[in-house]
Ligand binder design. Structure first.
Ligand code: NAD
Ligand code: WQD
Length: 347
């Protein structure tokens, strides 16, 4: 059985589905602070199998101990965490406590239970500002410009220290680039609270008419059209990478870092045009000053994951956007307000 912390969230719910489809039993631990129980119900529907779900906090050691005692957990995928960059600047302690102390509590409980295989959600943000593209795993980690990024780097360092201290640990640090898209069914996807911080959810809400226009943060970067360039990766490709990492960690020990990206960069304006094409809607935008802390461009060298995991991203930008758009159309207000059971679920 695989314990998936944060399994009701955007990436976690897609990972739970992929694990179920691959035949694993899954236990989800999530406090639902940024997600909905509906995501799990929909995953169960899609997989045709139940998920063991416990509402609780990853920092709760007694709860973790009880879960490891009650379920035959063989490995952990650790998604639980807070991820809003701006919020992390305002509430740094909450971010360090959840993302760093939460990871420590989890590892303590794992060690006590004799479970040493862990896949950790890290982020390309740990590379900080680097001008050498593409970014490979050999690129030194930098100085993330906000507490969120710092918390991810700190958690990585905690896990490295742990693996150095005890050869039984087998840990994968998966550095995501920019996950977007949704499951092709349109039943699970990203459901941000309030005003979205990230490009894709914001653009989708403009396309569907919930917001007037997109603010493009800067068109004077040293990029082909002046707008920021990122490596967007389909969330289903991303979670498939987690399953390969989980398998690989079964026959190796120590810490392994793998970039999960496509290796291709796309600018904000390219994203706008591509979503217009896919959705048939016009996306109004206006150019605004650069967003503090943003870098001009960032894309991965994904070759290490290919050579060591036999994994690479397969879905192109059009598919990412078509799947994201389907999710948005079918769930215009996400899970929270969308209490009605979608037609596909009712049948
Ligand atoms: P998400 O907010 O949708 O999912 C995180 C889940 O963790 C949520 O369901 C939330 O309720 C849960 N959670 C938060 N604090 C918890 C706690 N203390 N105890 C138990 N559950 C808790 O975010 P996501 O986009 O699915 O991200 C998953 C992981 O991937 C996070 O660790 C995030 O930092 C990392 N990551 C995300 C991105 C991205 O762009 N989405 C990029 C790089 C890394
Ligand atoms: C992408 C591009 C913006 C919104 C962040 C975190 C990172 C990781 C992923 C978790 C940039 C531009 C955006 C908008 C815009 N998260 N943009 N208007 O900044 O690459 O990464 O999410 O680990 O840690 O920092 O992603 O989607 O916010 O921005 O013009 O309303 O879109 O300037 O060029 P980013 P993003």
């Amino acid at each position: 059985m695989i314990l998936v912390t944060g399994g009701a969230g955007y990436i976690g719910s897609h990972a739970v589905l992929e694990l179920l489809l691959a035949g694993h039993d899954v236990l989800v631990l999530d406090n639902l602070c940024n997600s909905s129980r509906q995501a799990i119900e929909r995953v169960e529907y899609l997989a045709g199998r139940p998920v063991n779900f416990v509402k609780g906090d990853v920092r709760n050691r007694p709860l973790l101990n009880a879960l490891f005692a009650a379920y035959p957990i063989g490995a952990v995928m650790h998604f639980a965490g807070l991820k809003a960059v701006g919020e992390s600047v305002r509430e740094p302690l909450r971010y360090y406590e959840t993302n760093v102390s939460g990871s420590i509590a989890l590892c303590q409980a794992m060690a006590e239970a004799g479970v040493f295989r862990l896949v950790f959600s890290s982020s390309a943000t740990v590379y900080g500002e680097t001008s050498v593209m593409p970014i490979s795993e050999q690129c030194p980690t930098g100085v993330p410009t906000n507490p969120y990024g710092q918390s991810k780097l700190m958690a990585e360092n905690v896990l490295r220290g742990l693996a150095n201290s005890d050869p039984r640990w087998s840990i994968g640090l998966l550095r995501y680039f920019n996950p977007i898209g949704a499951h092709e069914s349109g039943l699970i996807g990203e459901d941000p609270n309030g005003i979205p911080n990230n490009l894709l959810p914001y653009m989708l809400q403009v396309a569907i008419g919930r917001r007037k226009e997109l603010n493009i943060f800067g068109n004077d970067y040293a990029t082909p059209d002046g707008t920021g360039v990122r490596d967007y990766i389909h969330v289903v490709d991303l979670v498939k990478g987690h399953l390969r990492a989980l398998e690989r960690l079964e026959d190796t020990t120590g810490v392994h870092v793998w970039n999960l990206g496509t290796g291709q960069g796309h600018s904000v304006l390219e994203m706008v045009r591509a979503l217009e094409e896919v959705s048939g809607r016009t996306i109004r935008y206006s150019i605004k000053p650069r967003r503090p802390g943003d870098i001009a461009q960032c894309w991965s060298d994904p070759r290490k994951a290919w050579s060591e995991l036999g994994w690479r991203a397969e879905r192109d930008l059009r598919t990412m956007l078509a799947d994201a758009w389907r999710w948005q159309l079918q769930n215009p207000r996400g899970y929270t307000v969308e209490k009605k059971v979608p037609a596909a679920l009712a049948s």
